[in-house]
Design a protein around this ligand. Structure first.
Ligand code: ZN
Length: 247
């Protein structure tokens, strides 16, 4: 029988686990290298062990050429890659919808993309089909560094509820499981970057602040959709919740 080499065992143990938006860990294996064990970067500079970088939805469908492209969405990728060097814990989120998701305009007869509808959990913008599970559009941008990620959080898998936030589905109560991960590692300070400033970054930042984390959003490494003044509303709301906006 072929034996696993030590190298392959280590590689298996350090694969980033994936949390689905159902609040359940789909993998029983959480990365074998904790933030506290990894406290140094390649330059030898000590990295704070209570801080995490959360990279929101840097996926093909949200970048130029994608089905829900955010203007200049791809331009933030080099900045995000650079910032990864400052953190010992890096978390990526991935919008991850089943085909026919209820947030898609195509699932509502007579409705067009960007119209608003009332859902049981509140107002919902209808989007073009995007980030369908397993599609090219749902993949991370090809230049985004994914190897340093400790965790990938997938959200929006429930066919009936959208999920902008990395913490909760849009009913604002069903958890993704991210809080448990952060708390178990003693991560208290979160820096958010990604797409789009006025939707998934905004909801994630506001939820993080409401949960008691110290939160900053690096606007230079974000881009917005800006639908009917949504960018200004997002900046106002984040500031009102004590989120530090930097650029
Ligand atoms: Zn989505």
């Amino acid at each position: 029988m072929k034996k696993l080499s030590r190298r392959s065992i280590i590689k298996t143990a350090t694969l980033a686990p994936v949390i689905m938006g159902t609040g359940l860990l789909t993998s029983g294996v959480v990365s074998g290298v904790s933030a506290n064990q990894k406290g140094q970067n390649t330059m030898g500079k000590t990295k704070p062990t209570n801080e995490a970088l959360i990279v929101i939805d840097v996926q093909n469908d949200f970048c130029p050429g994608g089905s829900l492209a955010v203007s200049q969405g791809d331009q933030i990728v080099p900045l995000i890659n650079d910032r990864m060097g400052d953190f010992s814990t890096i978390i990526l989120t991935q919008d991850w919808h089943p085909a026919g998701h209820s947030s898609f305009a195509s699932s509502h007869e007579g409705k067009a993309a960007f119209e608003m509808v009332e859902m049981p959990y509140g107002d919902q913008v209808l989007w073009p089909d995007h980030c369908v599970q397993g599609s090219t559009g749902a993949e991370f941008h090809k230049d985004l560094q994914t190897d340093p990620a400790n965790l990938i959080v997938r959200k929006g898998s429930n066919p009936n509820i959208d999920s902008y936030s990395a913490f909760f589905e849009n009913d604002r109560t069903t958890p993704t499981g991210l809080k448990g991960y952060l708390d178990s590692l003693g991560l208290t300070k979160l820096s958010l970057v990604g797409l789009a400033t006025d939707y998934c970054v905004r909801y994630s930042a506001v939820d993080a602040a409401r949960l008691g984390y110290e939160v900053e959003v690096d606007l230079a490494a974000c881009r917005a959709i800006d639908l009917d003044g949504s960018l200004k509303a997002a900046l106002d709301e984040m500031q009102a919740h004590g989120v530090r906006l930097i650029s």
